[in-house]
Design a protein around this ligand. Structure first.
Ligand SMILES: Cc1cc2nc3c(=O)[nH]c(=O)nc-3n(C[C@H](O)[C@H](O)[C@H](O)COP(=O)(O)O)c2cc1C
Length: 731
């Protein structure tokens, strides 16, 4: 079975049962606390195996007018129901050796009764019980599918406990905690199923018939119960419950529940009159109850508590993992061995659209039974059995590759494939840009020039990820391979934006670089922060343009470069102070200033400085260096008002500009290289590097950072990105 089927089952089951699981896990946590607090009362008798039943009965009789019953709990507490000399019936915990009262049995706190009802039946009686049983069964299947995924991730069942690869927090701890809590959760789910099955009489009937024992009428009669052999030899660790006889008449028997059977015993001779062995189902349900509730064992209760809490974490982390997998242009699912796959899909994606298609194509092709490998273009390498390659890539900037494809061209020229490969390239782009699908065109040209590669289809350019174009391409490509591939509809949901009015309160004219600043005041109360995006709608066509924002005194500051044909920038440029536009805030959480970092380096070129202007205003105690690259000194004048105010009042902030057309003609990546000690100090002390501006600049900066890291540390860019210590927002 392919990994996607295991993952799909794991995910679907988790989603279907999530609400019930949430209730079961939360109430499970509450209920696991009960045995722990109960045990802290301290009434447990630790040497039950040394206390003969006769001694306990005698002690009780000495202390109380009448004794109705005795119970030895799995907690080790000995409970008795007695009638006091004042004719009061009491439920008390006793010391079985002296009969002395240790404490009174209290009513169960309401929170536990409530949690138990919710946990067992969701307050829905039989229907609820049925669902809870079903959810326990689903939980069991989720754990089993999870176990298979874990084994596949770790490289086999034997390697399950090997070191876990470094990855982002949710994924890493989903793996680590699943190893710790696998067994407790399996036990919880199986016992949960068993207890539900029992309630619905689904277990085989195995009623045992009471066995009448041969009674020896000449057996010795004892005056003191402590001398009766049965009561002398039976110790409390084997006893669960004792019902006392109504009178001293020898025909009135003790009814005693032992651990494996129920008996009636003559009070004078100790002869066993009847005996019923518990059927297996009763013993199993008793064991299930103890294992499921943790009753009587503090350590096991703590494990169950942690296991229930871990289910909540698995739900959260699984949700985050699914979102990340769907959204990001990064392959985070475990792939088969690259050298065993015939079909290789390589992806270049910045915001996830291309990756989303590649993933769906991968799923469709895998379902035909083919061995498929999916990777980012940056991971290009040799593929021993590959006969087909499909490259899907977006284009940015002026024909720039997406970040996860930036190394492809170099890798391609250095790596020779062992086989000849039939290939196809799909370019994702937008007709709004002059360099439509340029990076895909470049890749197609590279492959054409390599004699090892033969095209099976001409380059396909896809405007705005059009579904029909993609579905047609998949059909045609599939036909050529003799395969019927079904392409699921996109996993990406359209973002529903809430538009609100923004009033333009300030603006500048164009500077030497055709850049201008705009300040908008939201006319409704909204929360946003620097690094979020303002989505602007230039016309009625549904076109959206996003701009990185700075939050300055509750207003939105934008720095915009006016492009001759740019629909967004020309629309904004035409606005006058007092104009009101409808726009929306897109939360861009991955690019918020990291509150936890004590230091940061902010790197920008051109208009990419905007979010940093807002971030600098709101940080007082952090050591921050802002590296900015512009064309000329005059390019930076437009930002001077903001920057001077910050730098002169906060000595922890330093501003380092560089200019590509003046002075030493340096780019911001040159500044990063020059300041490598500051960069290293920041990254090795859990500080953050944030990059905003053009994608070309981002690639150059990442290349320099990579070199600095390789030369001085064992850290990698990807590791730091996964930890959120390198954050980028470039297009
Ligand atoms: C800032 C920006 C620049 C872009 N530049 C180009 C371009 O030069 N040529 C092009 O064809 N498409 C361009 N596009 C469109 C993207 O390539 C297209 O939306 C693609 O589907 C994105 O794929 P991804 O989500 O996988 O990154 C650009 C998009 C943005 C947001």
């Amino acid at each position: 079975m392919t990994i996607s089927i295991w993952r799909y089952s794991h995910l679907v089951l988790a989603l279907v049962s999530s609400l019930f699981l949430l209730v079961a896990a939360v109430t499970g946590v509450i209920l696991a606390v009960e045995p722990i607090t109960y045990q802290t009362k301290g009434y447990a008798v630790h040497d039950l195996e040394d206390v003969p039943l006769g001694v306990a009965i005698n002690a009780l009789k000495q202390n109380y007018d009448e004794v109705l019953g005795l119970e030895v709990e799995s907690s080790g507490f000995v409970k008795a129901q007695v009638l006091t000399m004042d004719l009061e019936t009491l439920d008390i915990y006793i010391d079985p050796k002296t009969g002395g009262k240790l404490g009174e049995v209290e009513e169960r706190p309401y929170i536990y009764t409530f949690a138990t009802n919710l946990h067992r039946s969701l307050f829905l009686k039989s229907v609820g019980r049925f669902f809870v049983g079903l959810i326990s069964l689903l939980l069991f299947i989720i754990v089993v599918t999870g176990l298979v995924l874990l084994a596949k991730r770790q490289g086999g069942f034997k390697k399950i406990f090997n070191k876990v690869q470094k990855d982002y927090f949710e994924l890493r701890y989903h793996v680590i905690l699943s190893r710790w809590f696998l067994i407790p959760i399996i036990i919880l789910s199986i016992t949960g199923v068993y207890l539900s099955a029992e309630k619905f009489d689904l277990l085989p009937d195995s009623i045992e018939v009471p066995q009448e024992m041969d009674v020896d009428h000449s057996a010795e009669v004892f005056a003191d119960i402590q001398d009766v052999p049965f009561f002398k030899e039976t110790t409390l660790d084997d006893v669960r419950q004792v019902e006392f006889p109504f009178s001293d008449d020898p025909e009135d028997y003790y009814r005693i529940a032992l651990s494996d059977r129920e008996i009636q015993v003559n009070q004078q001779t100790g002869a066993i009159v009847t005996s019923i062995n518990y059927p297996f189902t009763v013993l199993a349900s008793r064991l299930s109850l103890v294992l499921h509730t943790g009753e009587g064992n503090v350590l096991w209760s703590i494990i169950l508590l942690l296991a229930s809490a871990s289910i909540l974490f698995f739900m959260y982390s699984g949700f985050v993992m699914t979102l990340k997998r769907r959204k990001k242009g990064k392959v985070s699912i475990k792939m088969p061995n690259k050298d065993e796959c015939e079909y290789i899909i390589l992806v270049g994606s910045e915001t996830g659209t291309t990756f989303d298609f590649a993933q769906r194509f991968y799923d469709g092709l895998s379902k035909t039974g083919k061995k498929v490998y999916l990777a980012e273009l940056n991971k290009y390498t040799t593929y021993a059995r590959a006969t087909h390659m499909i490259i899907c890539t977006a284009t940015y900037g002026e024909g720039e590759p997406p970040t996860n494809a930036r190394k492809f061209s170099t890798l391609f020229s250095n790596i020779k494939q062992p086989n000849t490969i039939s290939y196809a390239v799909i370019g994702f782009g937008s007709l709004e840009y002059p360099d439509y699908c340029k990076f895909a065109i470049q890749i197609d040209a590279l492959l054409q020039a390599d004699s090892n590669f033969t095209p099976v289809m001409p380059l396909c350019k896809v405007d705005s990820a059009n579904h029909e174009t993609l579905a047609n391409w998949v059909d045609q490509w599939g036909n050529r391979q003799g395969l019927k591939i079904s392409l699921e509809h996109t996993y990406i949901k359209e973002v529903e934006r809430v538009k609100i009015p923004f009033e333009l309160t300030e603006r500048t004219g164009l500077n030497v670089d055709d850049t201008f600043l705009l300040k908008f005041r939201p006319k409704q109360k909204i929360t946003f922060t620097s690094g979020d995006l303002l989505a602007v709608f230039p016309d009625e066509s549904g076109l959206v343009r996003q701009y990185s924002i700075a939050k300055i005194n509750d207003e939105v500051l934008l720095s915009v470069k006016k492009h001759e044909m740019g629909r967004g920038s020309n629309y904004l440029y035409a606005l006058e102070v007092g104009d009101v536009i409808e726009a929306a805030i897109d939360v861009n959480a991955h690019f918020h200033f990291p509150e936890k970092s004590a230091m940061a380096i902010l790197i920008a070129n051109g208009t990419g400085i905007a979010p940093f202007l807002g971030m600098l205003q709101h940080t007082r105690q952090k050591q921050i260096a802002l590296f900015w690259g512009g064309r000329t000194r005059n390019s930076s004048l437009i930002y001077e008002n903001f920057l001077n105010g910050i730098i002169t009042t906060n000595e922890k902030i330093s501003f380092m500009p560089c200019f590509s057309r003046e002075d030493e003609k340096r780019y911001v990546q040159d500044l990063v290289r020059e300041q490598q000690n500051v960069v290293l100090h920041t990254l090795t002390n859990d500080g953050t590097v944030m990059i905003c501006g053009s994608l070309a600049m981002q690639h150059e900066v990442l290349d320099v950072l990579e070199t600095i890291l390789i030369e001085n540390t064992t850290l990698t860019i990807e590791e730091l990105q996964n930890k959120g210590l390198i954050k980028t927002d470039c297009y």
